[in-house]
Ligand binder design. Structure first.
Ligand SMILES: [Ca+2]
Ligand SMILES: [Ca+2]
Ligand SMILES: [Ca+2]
Length: 272
């Protein structure tokens, strides 16, 4: 019996798909590489941005977390960027409330260091950018951090967190337990957005902070056209024969093309 060779070809007709949305906490899940796609987890000092190079899977209090830090056992000099992994139990430790699926980063104590999560723009375009910082510390006064969002190293948002968002069902406490930034930005390929935290005037003690940064490709704002006059309600002028939003000689020329023509069906002298 002849054997039939069956060749199964799976044709992937779609071209390579590029992600058009980025979500810090979702993309961080098991972020065992750094950089991680468009994301880099690091810090900024006088020399600019540098990566946190010690990645550690660190089960703690029965919950699994993944963390980037400066070096083995060095959680604090340059800060740390952590996430309690999705589906993991809630736990409280280090005077903070943390739960599965949440980022819980801490600022660095070294002089002039800002712990930073960087997103590098993959392609020129408009992007909706939504950044959020939340205090997770249960200490008196909650988390106390200064925050920035920086575009190519220049702050476009400077603010602070002072408070605790509270456990589920609890009221938040503090003067500003959460702060956020939302905008549509026009960005060029290679531009960087850095979301940063520093310990503030009282240092880095119990400054656990949830950070999220969500970015999506946005279409360019459209310029209204004359056709939009109809949907906007005003419509065209009745003598704007060529519908260009102006009544002028061009419309008169259109009008003149039919000057003295008639097509009255009961007038035999009227032709055309
Ligand atoms: Ca998110
Ligand atoms: Ca502080
Ligand atoms: Ca016109």
């Amino acid at each position: 019996m002849k054997k039939t060779l069956v060749t199964v070809c799976v044709l992937l007709l779609s071209s390579v798909l590029f992600s058009e949305t980025w979500d810090l906490d979702l993309d961080f899940e098991n972020a065992t590489v750094n950089p991680n796609g468009a994301w880099s987890y690091g810090y900024i000092d006088g020399s600019g941005f540098a990566l946190l190079t010690d990645g550690v899977f660190d089960p703690d209090n029965g919950s699994a977390r993944y963390c980037w830090r400066y070096a083995a056992d060095d959680w604090d000099t340059h800060g740390n960027i952590q996430k309690i992994l999705e589906g993991e139990a809630n736990f409280e430790d280090y005077n903070s409330y943390r739960y599965g699926g949440e980022m819980c980063s801490g600022p660095g104590e070294a002089e002039g260091v800002r712990t930073a999560i960087r997103w590098t723009c993959p392609a020129t375009g408009n992007y909706s950018v939504s950044a959020m910082w939340q205090g997770l510390s249960t200490k008196s006064g909650g988390t106390t951090v200064d925050v920035t969002l920086e575009l190519n190293g220049t702050a476009i948002f400077t603010n602070y967190v002072a408070g605790f968002i509270g456990r589920p069902g609890e009221e938040a406490t503090g003067t500003q337990p959460e702060v956020g930034y939302d905008a549509v930005l026009s960005l060029a390929e290679g531009d960087t957005l850095d979301m940063t935290i520093t310990g503030g005037a009282d240092g880095i003690s119990s400054d656990c902070t949830n950070m999220d940064l969500e970015i999506a490709k946005a279409s360019a704002p459209s310029t209204p056209t004359c056709d939009d006059l109809v949907t906007m309600g005003s419509g065209y002028f009745s003598m704007d024969f060529n519908r260009d939003c102006y009544v002028n000689l061009e419309d008169f020329a259109e009008f003149a093309l039919d000057w003295l023509k008639c097509n009255d069906p009961v007038d035999l002298d009227c032709i055309d």
